[in-house]
Design a protein around this ligand. Sequence first.
Ligand SMILES: *[C@@H]1O[C@H](CO)[C@@H](O)[C@H](O)[C@H]1NC(C)=O
Ligand SMILES: *[C@@H]1O[C@H](CO)[C@@H](O)[C@H](O)[C@H]1NC(C)=O
Ligand SMILES: *[C@@H]1O[C@H](CO)[C@@H](O)[C@H](O)[C@H]1NC(C)=O
Ligand SMILES: *[C@@H]1O[C@H](CO)[C@@H](O)[C@H](O)[C@H]1NC(C)=O
Length: 398
Amino acid sequence: MDKYGNIRRPVRCLFLLAMVAKSHAAVIDIKTKGATGDGNTDDGPAILAAWKEACEGASPSSVLIPPGTYMALSIVLAGPCKGPIEMQATGATVKAPPELAKFKTDTWISIQNLNMFTMTGGTFDGQGQQTWKSTKCHDSQMTCEIPVNFRLSHVKNSLFKDFTSANSKNFHIALWACDNCNFVNVTINAPENSVNTDGIHIARLNGLNITNSNIMTGDDCISFGDGSKNVYIEKVTCGPGHGISIGSLGKFPNEEPVQGIWIKNCTITGTTNGVRIKSWPASHPGIASDIHFEDIVMNKVGNPILIDQEYCPHDACKKSTPSKVKLSNVSFRKIRGTSTTKVAMKLACSAEAPCDNVEVADINLKVHGGGPASSKCSNVKPKVTGENVPQICPGGTY
Ligand SMILES: *[C@@H]1O[C@H](CO)[C@@H](O)[C@H](O)[C@H]1NC(C)=O
Ligand SMILES: *[C@@H]1O[C@H](CO)[C@@H](O)[C@H](O)[C@H]1NC(C)=O
Ligand SMILES: *[C@@H]1O[C@H](CO)[C@@H](O)[C@H](O)[C@H]1NC(C)=O
Ligand SMILES: *[C@@H]1O[C@H](CO)[C@@H](O)[C@H](O)[C@H]1NC(C)=O
């Protein structure tokens, strides 16, 4: 190919188009709205004032958080806006106050009712260290009032890229009813001992891609609640934390199906679980289908492959009554690496709703530090192909 002809011309055209689009975009710098950037004063009102102007004003428009360190209490970035809107925070660090008492809601940064929103750059530090030490909500099943870093609801056709969520007091990012969004090059960072800090929690949405991202946290890397549909996770690294988890499902009546989940080309390191699907025993009925795990490297992972339909933490349920959540069309392919538990693969399906059409292919898992790994299956007859170490369900299903 002629590198000065065919390739360059279209690129230049796109660049010009981008310039034209840019020159029409209104950019509202939060400093013009009174942000101090001293790291102590609440700059939330300035962010909100810039947001309001951008949202109501000329479209497309952009809120600029220039490089610097800011502190902000809870903020709500709400639409609908006149047109596409962006928040650009490259080089900026925004911190939440460490004190839980300064929050009146369960959210630090709430983003809601938007179409074609773009969020670029920035580090958003929830400063959760004090909160993880307190015992509030840790073992209860009650609604927790500890703020998540980001709560996104009814945000559609939007892009979130090149930003960091750090040290959230609770989940880092919780998505609800957000269709057709993309997360690219996102970093999530909290220590292994941080409490309930799921990286990205997904529920009741259709269409989501998470790619080229790096999630280090104290709880699930990515967790899926009911109604997660058409979600593609690719080139994501997880660890430390609890791995990638679908469920727990079946706890509540009328849960929506989980359908169409692809987890591909990911690396999971030093987590307590790898990829798992879990449902409660004695559950309400539910459906999870079309779930595929492929090309996954496990490094020193506990329970690398796990279907657990007897999920019952703190023994808070009737384990003897089987789950009514039906799993079908699930595949585990090309999953390789090391396990810190002897049972590297456990498929514990429900006696009442056995798993259907589970495929297992090209598994190569060894116990970290030596010795053979094993696999266990119940209430499932997986279709096994390729070469597998350990042997899959050697005693058949029981
Ligand atoms: C990914 O995001 C970081 C900021 O977190 C940025 O420095 C880097 O350039 C981004 N990478 C790509 C490929 O855009
Ligand atoms: C996510 O990726 C899949 C497969 O590459 C693609 O079909 C789908 O349209 C993408 N979804 C979004 C929301 O970009
Ligand atoms: C992911 O894909 C890239 C490029 O296709 C490849 O180099 C890498 O080894 C893959 N990683 C895993 C974990 O399969
Ligand atoms: C599972 O896959 C089969 C064959 O592709 C399909 O007919 C069936 O509807 C799927 N089951 C569910 C629950 O989606």
